[in-house]
Design a protein around this ligand. Sequence first.
Ligand code: GDP
Ligand code: MG
Length: 190
Amino acid sequence: TLSVASEESGGVSGTGSCCAPSYFRVALLGAAGVGKSALIRQFMTSEYKGTFDIATPDAEDPETTVSVLLDGEESMIEFVDEPNENELDNVRADAFAVVFSLADVASYTTAISIVRHLRVDLCSDRAIVLVGNKVDLARQRRVSSRDARLIAMKYDCKYEETSAALNHRVDELLVGILSQIRLKLAPPSS
Ligand code: GDP
Ligand code: MG
């Protein structure tokens, strides 16, 4: 339903609208140093970048807002980098990317507790993507894909592994986030 989009963003524009792209806010959560800011920087260089001019009065910060063209439809995505922990319960976001480092077990534990907090304590039904970043640090890997995928499944999240450093699978993450948002707005009729 349309009510899923946050009020502030104006939510989705009319279905099949030809002009104004829909606008979504995505909050990046996770421990310090896992690569959230690095991921956002890479999002801004995505191959899926649309043509919509983000230099509009609506775009508060072009450094964190990107236009994404997917399946012939353009969407504006604003990334909110590290909202305060204590603000977490009030974050207005259409989706969450919960990031950890595959080389850091403590960051993985933090990510799991954030996901649990969103799903269990706050009963959020928003799209959540669990992101294992720093996949390039293969020899320092401390979290298996299998474990992370099981946790993601348990909490109804998508799971992605990325390297912001190498720009590996960052576009896939961006597209994955947008796909999850669209799925939540308009679940495919089975
Ligand atoms: P944040 O605190 O979550 O915003 O993390 P940053 O984006 O500031 O990144 C923290 C550190 O990790 C920086 O030194 C980055 O260069 C490094 N980093 C980020 N992503 C990756 C990655 O995918 N691989 C590696 N090896 N280092 C990364
Ligand atoms: Mg940062």
